[in-house]
Structures are given as C-alpha cells and as structure tokens.
Design a protein around this ligand. Structure first.
Ligand code: SF4
Ligand code: SF4
Ligand code: SF4
Length: 493
C-alpha cells in the first residue's frame, strides 16, 4: 500500500503522467504524447523507475512540457471558420423524446429561413472561410421540409465556390425519388438518424402524431440506395438503446451505410433529458460498441468519427484532441430567424447568436474568440486529468446546461471519459500481455497499439474516411515529440 502511494506520488512530479497498477506491472500512460510503458513492479526500486521514466522521456523537464504546451496552443489558435451549418427550419414532422432542439425552442418553430437571410448568411460564411476548403451542412428540425429552399441554397453556394462539400442531416422520412436523384447528381453526403430496429428506434423517435417513424426512415434509405447515393446513419445513445447497443449497431451495419455514428444525447436547458443514461452506462455502452465492431471486422475510424468513440481512435493512433467539437472555432450556424452563432445546441434558444448584419461587430467577435478558446489545454482545472489529450474538453453546451458556465468541466462527460480512458489502457495491457510478460520494461511501439483494432485495421482501405472539420481539432503527438529538446540531459539506466 505504501509502495503504491509512492508510485502515485512519483506520478505527480510530471503533470502529464498517469500510472495504473495492474498487480505485477505498472502502466505509465503519458497522456500528452499518448505513449505507454509497462514496468515490472518488483524489478526496480522507485529511484530506478524515475530514471527509466526520464530515459524514455515519460518524465520530462518543465522546459520540455512548456514547449509541448506552447505547440499545442499554437495549433489550437490556428483554427478558423470553414464549416457552415444551415438550419432552414426548426419545424419537424417528428417529436423525438430526447430532442433538445424541440425541447429548448424559444422561437416560432414553423418559420422557414427567408431567401434574403439565406443569401446574407452564406455570403458572410464565404467571406469568413476565404480560400479554405468549405463544408456546408443542412440540419434541423427536419431540413427536407424545405427541400426547394435547400436546392436554391446549394445552387447559390456552388456559384460562389463549387468545391464546397455538402451534407444533409435528416430523419429520412421526406426522402422521395426526386430528392434522392438530386442528392446523387450533386454528390451530397446524407446522414439519416435511426436508432436500430423498430422496437428500439420507436421508443424515442416518434412522428408528431405519436406513430412509429421507423418504416419512413427505412423507406428513405431504400430510395437512396436505389439511386446510388452515398449515405451514413446515426444513432443517439439514450436509455432507449443503451442496453441493446449491439442490436442497434448490427441493424445499422446491415443497412450498408458508408458511415455509422452514435452520438450522446444532449441535456435540456430546464432539467433532465428523460432518456438520459448515467455516465457509467454510456461509457460502458460505447465500450461494448467499440469491442463489438472490432469483432465484426468493422474499421473503427469509420465508426468513430463524430462519436465519443473517437477518444479510442486518438489513443490508438496517438493524436491529441484539442477540442470536442467544430463549434469551438471552425463552424458557424445560421438559424431560420436569420441569426448566426457557433453551437447548434444553443440555436433554438438564441444564446450567443447574433443578427447576420452584426456578426462582424465586437460582441459577436468576442463570442467567437470565447468559443475558439474552449479547449481543456486552456482550462487550468484540466491540467491534472489523464483525459486532457483525449476528451477535447467535452461538449460546452452540455457543461453550460449543467453548470451555467461554458468553460467548466461537465462532471457527467468527465466521468464518462475517465472510465473510457481507464478501460482502453487496461485493454492495451491485456492485448499485449504475451509481449509484456517476461520483460521488466516494455515500451509500447506505435504498431503495438494497432492490436486494439483487431482484424478491422486491414479493412480500412476499403472504406471511405469521411470527415468535415473534425481533423483540424487534433494534432499528431509525434509532431509534439519534436518539442523535446533536452534529450541529451537524460541519464542512461
Ligand atoms: S427528427 Fe431530429 S429534429 Fe426532429 S424531433 Fe427528432 S431529433 Fe428532433
Ligand atoms: S458544443 Fe455540443 S451542442 Fe454545441 S455543436 Fe458542439 S456537440 Fe453540439
Ligand atoms: S475529462 Fe473533464 S477534467 Fe478531464 S480534461 Fe476533459 S474536461 Fe478536463
């Protein structure tokens, strides 16, 4: 017990080192450079362990750590608007139990965005994004209630920059042959929300009149397939499906989408979301999802994008996640009432939203600066947390709803992340056990980490890697290693 507390004491000497005790071995996890070293407990005394950690740069000088932090901050500052989400209407033909947009809506849901606001909002975005690759997504409410308006908006955007990538997020129920043909001809990537088979999906996702919405979503997918469209599917992890996540994901895989997502639900402004799961339940469901997909040989990159599971991908591929969401500096949102802001979660409440004409004025600019800085690396409360390189600081909207401040840590999501980080570390140990045992020190190599993907890694080349805006929120930790300039001062063991 004394020995164990000493090891943890040692850990505190480097603010980016977490040690897990697995009995025979200690797992030192460098949570900035995303590296692991396993050290046999009875092979060394504490001072020797210190030297080993220093030799392999797990224990670093303050100067090295400051250099790393400064590189992270510089990278983080480089983010700029390249994505526009257009919400043409908050109106929807569904009324899903967990929908924070419908629940929080403080404005008239049934208005559709005017042509003038649409053009002005797009102009403002194009000006901000400059020459960067641009991404535009239509979101809701149900955006396909305004299909003709979307078509005109896309014509307008393509006239200004025909390389812009377009996505539509929909419940799928409005898709017909005309829409599918248009989506195919214009190479639009469309994502349909579906929570698995009807007995699970319909627990949360109902039409406005309370009837099942499952058949309508499936019909929409069948039409898309008939027209050769590229589509993704997305489930929301809620109480309705958390215990049956395997059944949900198997159903989604059988639909043969190009991308599968599974998002956490968002909290409501004025209280609990009725389908909220606990942090532990949601972390466990994501772990089951990850393990199950791996068993089925599904490439996890493909599954991990836009989900909390990208925490595992960052761990495996050694990427440091700087922000949780493109709302923190990359994305701007245009709402039906002609306002612009940064986070879709606040879109129906109007918090931190501005008239289009005011988007370049000081209050809007300082709001953007505030969102851009929402990173755990700029939050002193996160310094000692082993998730700092993997969580991105979590969703600021959810933190705000719970704590009324954007910049605080959200206990719920933090607990979820800690469980997942602890699990993936243990999983690494179990997967490498044969290699580790017999060695007094085992430094994990980059290729060793791929064992966590099982056979699915090989199938990677056959799948598309679709990503809009999310790649810029991370930094390859191997680039951070270049900041270590005091290597020669290390003592050899
Ligand atoms: S389909 Fe989407 S926008 Fe409509 S109620 Fe359901 S979650 Fe909300
Ligand atoms: S901060 Fe949260 S609610 Fe806002 S856009 Fe990002 S994930 Fe959605
Ligand atoms: S999990 Fe929470 S405390 Fe830890 S780094 Fe992320 S936001 Fe900060």
């Amino acid at each position: 017990m004394q020995e164990e507390s000493n090891h943890f004491e040692a850990n505190r000497m480097n603010e980016y080192l977490r040690v897990y005790d697995y009995g025979e071995y200690l797992n030192y996890f460098d949570y900035i450079l995303m590296r692991n070293i396993f050290i046999k407990k009875d092979a060394y005394d504490l001072s020797e362990i210190d030297s080993i950690l220093a030799k392999y740069q797990f224990k670093r000088t303050n100067e090295d750590n400051q250099n790393i932090l400064s590189a992270i901050k510089q990278h983080s500052e480089r983010c700029a608007i390249d994505t526009l989400w257009i919400i043409p209407t908050f109106s929807c033909n569904h009324l899903c139990t967990y929908c924070h947009i419908m629940h929080n809506s403080a404005i008239n849901r049934d208005i559709h965005i005017s042509e003038e606001n649409l053009h002005n909002g797009i102009d403002s975005f194009i000006k901000k994004a400059g020459t960067r690759q641009k991404y535009v997504a239509f979101y809701g409410g149900e955006p396909l209630l305004c299909f003709n308006l979307i078509r005109r908006a896309i014509d307008y955007i393509k006239n200004l920059d025909n390389k812009t990538e377009i996505n539509i997020f929909t419940n799928g129920s409005m898709i017909n042959d005309e829409i599918a043909q248009y989506i195919f001809e214009n190479s639009i990537f469309i994502v349909i929300s579906i929570d698995g088979p009807s007995e699970l999906h319909d627990k949360a996702r109902k039409m406005r009149n309370g009837e099942s919405s499952h058949a309508a979503a499936i019909k929409g997918i069948e039409i898309l397939k008939r027209h050769g469209c590229s589509f993704g599917v997305n489930a929301v992890l809620s109480k309705a499906i958390s215990a049956d996540i395997v059944e949900t994901i198997d159903f989604l895989i059988d639909l043969e989408p190009k991308e599968i997502g599974c998002n956490s639900l968002h909290f409501f402004f004025d209280g609990e979301n009725p389908l909220e799961v606990t942090a532990k339940e949601s972390a466990e469901a994501f772990i089951v999802l990850f393990s199950h997909a791996r068993e089925k040989g599904i490439m996890l990159d493909h599954l991990l994008n836009r989900t909390r599971l990208n925490l595992f991908a960052h761990f495996i591929f050694r990427y440091v996640k700087l922000k949780d969401c493109p709302a923190c500096g990359n994305r701007i949102v245009l709402t039906p009432d002609g306002k612009m802001g940064y986070c879709e979660g606040f879109s129906s409440s109007g918090y931190d939203y501005f008239r289009i004409a005011d988007i370049e004025t000081p209050p809007a600019i300082s709001s953007y600066q505030k969102w851009k800085k929402l990173s755990p690396f700029l939050n002193p409360g996160c310094n000692d947390c082993e998730c700092i390189g993997l969580c991105g600081g979590n969703c600021p909207y959810d933190a705000f709803v719970r704590k009324k401040v954007l910049t605080v840590m959200d206990d719920f999501r933090c607990e979820q992340c800690r469980i997942m980080v602890e699990w993936i570390n243990r999983e690494l140990y179990e997967a490498l056990r044969m290699k580790i045992e017999g060695n007094s020190i085992y430094l994990v190599k980059d290729e060793d980490r791929l064992v966590l993907l099982g056979d699915s890694y090989e199938s990677r080349k056959n799948q598309i890697w679709y990503c809009s805006g999310y790649d810029v929120l991370s930094i390859d930790s191997r680039n951070l290693e270049k900041c270590l300039n005091t290597v020669s001062t290390r003592n050899e063991v």
